[in-house]
Design a protein around this ligand. Structure first.
Ligand code: SF4
Length: 330
């Protein structure tokens, strides 16, 4: 499947992808490296990776790696999580500028100030953070969840404590519904999942009779209300793999995910749900994450060759690690 080309601020000279893949293979051996790739990066990077998956699976996979170096093809907070879980390994990421609008919507200093305000009001609460947060934010929280395990973790928070959920308001609202727990929601959102257009989804359903909608819980409520299956990327993948009958799925998540779906469940047809531009109201290709799109084969090669950029250990990583250990690895 060909994906829309997202312009980045750095121009790359064309190099043959097959040559790049061979070069990466050689460098991996020379530098004793393992490549992890998120489902949202380009398919050609997923194809050369040793591990692919969602945030939770990759956080767990990173602890199984035996090489001294990990190249994490994803976004910055994922590289931080890999370093937190593997302090003794060198963690390289292809592009240090690959951020995340959701993580950036919850800066650590603002979260700390809000927690102080709640405590001053006498509120007794646990802070539950979605994994799409910086390490500094993770270090201020009690629990870290992914879309795959959020329900189970929230059920572990004692009923007599309030819950402050950060940073994704849409996921938080969905979790309030499925767990029945009231939460204080941080008003953050993902720039990709927020743009799915309800009109285009209804039109796509009409044009594809018998199709099923699968959506990520970071999508707004109006999309989730007409969705047949709601789940994080790995749960969606398991869901389509479990259905033998060839089906057309309308997919409301980052469009690179379709590569992983097609590889895992080739019996089905996958149609990306279009997004809509807030500024003009026109249908757009904004279901491609511009941060994930900063990962290219050339940058994977370059970071292996140059052994840079690297995620360095910070003091607050240990506190973040304690929270991650308690939440994800038990
Ligand atoms: S898709 Fe959204 S949540 Fe995921 S990295 Fe991109 S901006 Fe962040």
């Amino acid at each position: 499947m060909s994906l829309p080309v997202i312009p980045t601020d750095d121009t790359e000279v064309y190099e043959d992808p097959l040559d790049l893949m061979d070069e990466i293979d050689e460098l991996k051996k020379e530098k004793d490296a393992t490549i992890l790739a998120h489902f949202y990066v380009d398919g050609e990077i997923q194809d050369i990776a040793d591990f692919t998956g969602d945030s939770l699976k990759l956080a767990r996979d990173a602890t199984q790696v035996t090489t001294s170096t990990i190249v994490f093809s994803g976004v910055h907070f994922m590289g931080e999580s890999a370093k937190i879980m593997n302090p003794d390994k060198r963690i390289l990421i292809p592009d240090m500028q690959a951020g995340c609008s959701l993580a950036e919507s919850c800066p650590a200093d603002q979260l700390g100030a809000f927690q102080e305000q709640l405590r001053a009001e006498g509120r007794v609460f646990d802070t539950v953070a979605y994994i799409n947060t910086s390490a500094a934010v993770k270090s201020l929280c009690d629990w870290i969840v992914t879309s795959g395990n959020a329900r189970e973790i929230i059920e572990r928070v004692p009923a007599d404590r309030d819950i402050l959920f950060v940073p994704d308001q849409h996921l938080g609202r969905y979790l309030m519904e499925v767990t029945g727990r009231k939460m204080i929601l941080w008003p953050g959102s993902c720039m990709v999942h927020e743009v799915f257009s309800i009109q285009d989804l209804i039109r796509a359903k009409r044009n594809n009779p018998g199709s099923k909608v699968i959506a990520h819980p970071e999508c707004p409520q109006n999309i989730l209300e007409i969705t047949d299956f709601i789940g994080g990327t790995e749960r969606m993948r398991q869901h389509v793999m479990g259905i033998d009958e060839p089906t057309t799925f309308l997919v409301a998540t980052e469009s690179a995910m379709i590569h992983a779906f097609q590889k895992s469940a080739p019996q089905h047809n996958f149609v990306p749900v279009p997004g809509i531009m807030a500024s003009t109201g026109e249908t757009c290709a904004c279901n491609r994450c511009p941060h994930m799109a900063r990962n290219t084969l050339q940058k994977v090669r370059n970071c292996l060759r140059d052994e840079s950029p690297e995620i360095e250990w910070r003091d607050y990583f240990q506190q973040a690690r304690d929270v991650l250990d308690k939440s994800l690895l038990q």
